[in-house]
Design a binder for this molecule. Sequence first.
Ligand SMILES: *[C@@H]1O[C@H](CO)[C@@H](O)[C@H](O)[C@H]1NC(C)=O
Ligand SMILES: *[C@@H]1O[C@H](CO)[C@@H](O)[C@H](O)[C@H]1NC(C)=O
Ligand SMILES: *[C@@H]1O[C@H](CO)[C@@H](O)[C@H](O)[C@H]1NC(C)=O
Length: 229
Amino acid sequence: MLTIFLFWSLILLKLISALTIKGQLDVTPYNLSTFKISNTRFRLQQIGSLDSNKHPIKATAYIQDPDGSFEFNNIEVDERINKTTRFVIYPLSKDFNVKPNRVLVEFFMNENGTLETKGFRNYFGREYFPSKDIKFPEKLDPIDIKPMVRFSLVQKQPFRNYLQVRNPGVLKSGMIANILHSPWKMALVLIALTVIIFPIYVENFDPETVKLMKEQRRKQQREKYQIPN
Ligand SMILES: *[C@@H]1O[C@H](CO)[C@@H](O)[C@H](O)[C@H]1NC(C)=O
Ligand SMILES: *[C@@H]1O[C@H](CO)[C@@H](O)[C@H](O)[C@H]1NC(C)=O
Ligand SMILES: *[C@@H]1O[C@H](CO)[C@@H](O)[C@H](O)[C@H]1NC(C)=O
């Protein structure tokens, strides 16, 4: 049992090599050093896995310098002849709209022992890359990923606007804002105010005016019901 395990371990050790995938985010015309670069990261996800006992590789890379460089280290690639290992790399950024939104990276071991590297980009609005299992896959759009996978900003739309005011004030958030923004609640409040405030308002008129108003009212009532004076 142990010998079989060792045998397979040796085979796997020999047939899998770990390599580094390098990438770069170009944010021209902006200067990356003025941004909090931890707000931008890149995810790598393996498609399929080298053998059924292993989970597909997942990794995250952060930008390392003002040039926008990042890298995924110790990425295992199948080195058996005619075998392909595939990864998808996608950007996650709070500050920028980055393109391509996904890049497919393929490693293929040629019969002559050279590892061929290919890259393809995805378009916006398309969620998944075509797979060999799909009958009519869409055509992949090849990109140059040597010496690194390059990402840049989507033109005309460089910034994301997720600005949140921390203390918006009572008129914009909270209970009062809730009432102000709802016509029904606003109507209820107005009725309540009228009921409470109107009598106070009337009481604060000077006595002569109140007397006059009452007089006027009585007169109107009498006229209405034709009561003689
Ligand atoms: C970006 O800004 C840093 C510091 O503010 C500066 O040293 C660097 O030269 C700038 N880079 C570019 C490309 O303007
Ligand atoms: C690799 O693929 C080529 C072309 O399909 C084939 O001729 C060759 O026998 C394959 N080699 C191995 C080791 O599977
Ligand atoms: C190995 O094979 C590939 C494809 O068949 C070819 O493009 C490449 O030039 C070859 N490399 C060497 C070193 O022979």
